[in-house]
Design a binder for this molecule. Structure first.
Ligand code: PEP
Ligand code: MG
Length: 326
């Protein structure tokens, strides 16, 4: 069964009515995972988490070490896109080398882009490595935890500085790197129309978006039972992000765990996502599903799910819809 499923990985993600509107890509956390992504049929890397380079060691990775890692992944997948996420440290991921303060509410604290904008030495080193590596493939840059426009403007300013420095040093760098943000903080959803004017793409980080929107700590076992992917609030937030992205003419991806659960595949297509990035092991089954449904059906199912007010009801509805066809 696993073998026959694997053959779906190699087939294109085209719906029964011929739509190729959704790209299926893989999330990776280590350079070694690129082979698994490839063999399972990833059409690119939708999320390359770079934290592993910083964790479990006393020192910081040099620009050269980072450059080699990014270059390796980019070269391996070229010309397919690789979306490199800048450092998302802090919260539940602590790097000893960074000497970050102890926090009572780390999820709401000094993490990701907040930390990077205050430690520009660290951020610039990573950006230099990414831009230099971008010469070797199709590189996209993804910024985590953006919650307001000033953070994005400060980031863009830093990107320009980095490119200028590389230029003046005579080093070559990618000059067609698309810039995107993770939409994973509710305030970013509320201003998605404004953010869409400033970036080339959105990627929806449902793991954090659900935690922040529902006020449920994603690593707290006592409240886990409330962590509901299909909460009507979450579906509405996703709809809002997609329509702001479409109005702004930009690509909208999803890279949280929600994207790889096959129960969600039809509704995510119906909502109009352009890309689903997931654990590579989930790709063959998701592609198989996509190849057996039509966009019209997905839109109809989505409309029906939006009439429902309860997450369990929506989940039951999606599950039985899929079970009826397989
Ligand atoms: C997310 O928040 O959905 C996400 C993709 O990033 P992470 O799980 O690394 O926070
Ligand atoms: Mg996140």
């Amino acid at each position: 069964y696993q073998q026959s499923l694997m053959t779906y990985g190699r087939l294109p993600a085209v719906t029964r009515d011929g739509s190729r509107s959704v790209r299926i890509s893989a999330n990776i956390e280590l350079v070694d995972e690129i082979d698994i992504a490839y063999s399972h049929g990833a059409e690119g890397i939708g999320l390359f988490r770079t934290e592993y380079l910083f964790l479990g060691r006393p020192d910081l990775p040099s620009e050269e070490e980072q450059f080699q890692a990014y270059r390796h992944v980019l070269e391996h997948h070229a010309p397919k896109p690789v979306t490199i996420r800048t450092l998302d440290i802090g919260g539940d991921k602590i790097a000893v080398s960074l000497d970050t303060p102890h926090e009572t509410n780390p999820a709401l604290g000094f993490r990701a882009i907040r930390l990077c904008l205050s430690r520009t030495d660290l951020f610039k080193t990573q950006l230099r490595a990414i831009y230099r590596a971008a010469v070797y493939g199709n590189c996209k840059l993804l910024i985590p935890m953006i919650s307001c426009l000033p953070e994005l403007f400060a980031t863009k300013k830093l990107l320009e500085t980095v490119k200028e420095e590389l230029r003046s040093e005579g080093l070559s760098y990618g000059n067609d790197v698309k810039l995107g943000i993770l939409v994973e903080v509710p305030s970013a959803v509320a201003i998605a129309d404004l953010l869409a004017k400033e970036v080339d793409f959105f990627s929806i980080g449902t793991n954090d978006l659900i935690q922040y929107a529902l006020a449920i700590d994603r690593v707290n076992e006592h409240v886990n039972y409330l962590y509901d992917t299909l909460h009507p609030a979450i579906l509405r937030l996703i709809r809002q992000i997609v329509s702001a992205g479409q109005a702004g003419g930009i690509h909208v991806a999803m890279c949280g765990e929600m994207a790889g659960d096959p129960v969600n595949t039809p509704i995510l297509l119906g909502l109009g996502l352009d890309e689903l990035s997931m654990n590579a092991l989930a790709i063959p089954l998701v592609k198989k599903l996509i190849r057996s449904i039509s966009m019209d059906e997905c839109r109809e199912l989505t409309w029906q799910a939006f009439q429902m007010s309860d997450a369990r009801e929506i989940h039951g509805f999606l599950e039985s819809w899929i079970r009826k066809r397989f």
